[in-house]
Design a protein around this ligand. Sequence first.
Ligand SMILES: [Cu+2]
Length: 258
Amino acid sequence: MKSIARMGLFFTFLTSVFAASADVSFAQTWGTIKGQVVFAGASPTPEKLKVNKDEQHCLSKGDILSEKFVVDPKSKGVRWVMVWLVDSKNPKAQIPIHPSLLEVKQKDVVLDQPCCVYEPHVIGMRAGQVLLTKNSSPVNHNVNIISTGNNPSQNLLIPAGKEIKVEGWGAAAAPTKIECNIHPWMTAWVRVFNHPYFAVTDKDGNFEMKNAPAGEYNLVTWQEEVGWVKGGKVGVPINIKADGVTDAGKIELNPAAN
Ligand SMILES: [Cu+2]
């Protein structure tokens, strides 16, 4: 008799839990965010890097240019800037994730080095994804992964045509830097998130995030040379509209201001 009463209580509890979670999912709406990171002042002339190793291969597609500031002279857009959402009150809090994005469908994120430059130069990853470090070139490279905290720190030699999977990535406040010790001009950056609302700007400085939670959030912007671009590590407020596009506008990157 006692156990039946207990079971009854348990079912009442379960029903209320399901009702509560159904309410939450019903209330949550989603929208798209877009924006553009633009360079303040005159576009910098891309610096030609000193290539003094494996020149025949490394320079086979022309000079290698610095990726510290990749600015499109026409649009003023800055490439390789990382933009992401955080909770507006607590930057470390988990933010709601759209049901279609809960599962991480793509397991591997590729970092290649086809011609003495890491491609892509900046990577955003979700916790649990695997960094597939590839060397599709005819010369040896290494991938020196430098993380703080619990993320991987290892120096891997990747022979020509080979690849190595690097696992064990969790969300981290600090970026991971990647260097090649054979070709010291090669660098790449990785940031890892516990949600899918991050983007790396394209050649015109544009970014977009789809199915983001509607409501008050903060938008954080980071670039390898200047660091925090606007609002520091807590970012600036953004009110994400439901069922539409919220334009974050132009975010100015001004190296002189940092
Ligand atoms: Cu290399």
